[in-house]
Write a protein that binds this ligand. Structure first.
Ligand SMILES: [Zn+2]
Ligand SMILES: [Zn+2]
Length: 359
């Protein structure tokens, strides 16, 4: 009897140890609802964290609170790396309020804003005050961000993009022919001056790969993806530019061959009908998850189970005039074999995607 209990205990302990090492050996990604801004938290199995963008300022620290809640869920007590894609308020604005809540160790960005005018300059200066007191690095395409257990490659920054392919990439891109440039002067006009300077990164964890590109503009996708695909394929596409129609060309989304896309749109920002259309044409795409119902694309919205926040707020999110009590994130837990599980924190609905293999 004693022997049986001892064996039972031993088996139980072993099972518990296995379960805990399995649950901890994930790359956890939180696509945080910041009402039409961007904030995405990556936590490596080592516990090292990288936050990409900080949402909006104001609203009593609403967005910083939401980021802190995600960090708490992930068991993270500091932000090891804050990667600011570009210096627009919906991406950089929440940094001061966040720094009040969580220590930020390293600041990564593309250097200096090109936006002129008193308000954007003042916002940038506030950000500079933060990074001046910490470690700061201006990144460039080809740089690596050293995070224990992850492969983080910078693929675009300050208007420059990767000119040589990442390992395993560099295939000719069949979707470059007749690339429909936006705007009249295709040689100089890459769209909004700050957006086109967005820092973009490919993040790998074992066989799993994802890409995050801030607001990198449609025309800037061309030198990155044409004539050869410098990124390669990804499992998860974190949809660029809130899903706005001025990013996410076929040359990008088709060549990435994503299995799943998660779009951090606001109710009235991003989530453009063209984005839904183009993603809908990607043969490899199994599911599109949304952080908000997109008011302007009514029929294109995915089934509610795949939408984290359902409020049908009418109007511009640039005002961000709403302070909602409840906000939900989309969570991705990825494993080294390339499989991953996406969960909607509103309803607990989740779906597991088996390893694709063959990469
Ligand atoms: Zn922007
Ligand atoms: Zn933006």
């Amino acid at each position: 009897m004693r022997i049986t209990s001892a064996i039972f205990l031993w088996v139980t302990v072993l099972a518990a140890a296995t379960a805990s090492s399995q649950t901890q050996d994930t790359l956890d990604i939180y696509v945080i609802d910041v009402e039409g801004g961007e904030a995405t938290l990556f936590v490596a199995p080592s516990g090292e964290s990288m936050l990409v963008d900080t949402g909006w300022p104001g609203f009593d620290g609403r967005d910083a609170d939401r980021i802190a809640a995600a960090a708490q869920d992930a068991g993270v007590t500091r932000i090891d790396h804050l990667l600011v894609t570009h210096f627009h308020t919906d991406h950089m604005g929440g940094s001061a309020q966040l720094a009040d809540r969580l220590p930020i160790v390293n600041y990564l960005d593309h250097g200096t804003t090109v936006d002129e005018g008193a308000r954007p300059r003042a916002a940038f200066d506030r950000y500079v005050t933060l990074r001046r007191d910490a470690s700061h690095r201006t990144v460039a395409p080809g740089d690596l961000v050293p995070i224990d257990g992850l492969d983080v490659h910078i693929i675009a920054a300050d208007g420059a993009v990767l000119t040589t392919a990442l390992p395993g990439a560099g295939q000719p891109n069949a979707h470059c022919e007749d690339f429909p440039f936006h705007g009249a002067d295709i040689l100089s006009r890459y769209g909004d001056a700050e957006d086109q300077r967005s820092v973009s990164a490919v993040i790998g964890f074992g066989q799993f790969r994802t890409v995050i590109m801030g607001d990198l503009t449609w025309n800037k996708e061309h030198p990155l993806m044409c004539p050869t695909n410098n990124i390669g394929t990804v499992d998860l596409y974190l949809v660029s530019h809130h899903g706005s129609d001025t990013s996410g060309s076929d040359a990008l989304v088709q060549a990435l061959e994503p299995r799943v896309a998660v779009m951090n749109n606001g109710p009235g920002k991003g989530g453009g009908p063209g984005t839904f259309e183009r993603l809908g044409r990607v043969p490899s795409l199994e599911d599109l998850w949304q952080n908000h119902y997109a008011v302007g694309s009514a029929d294109a919205n995915q089934p509610e189970a795949f939408i984290a926040n359902l409020q049908h707020f009418e109007g511009s999110d640039d005002d961000a005039a709403v302070h909602l009590d409840a906000a939900y994130w989309t969570h991705i837990a990825a494993t080294r074999d390339g499989s991953f599980t996406v969960t909607n924190s509103r309803n607990g609905f989740s779906r597991r995607y088996a390893p694709r293999g063959g990469r």
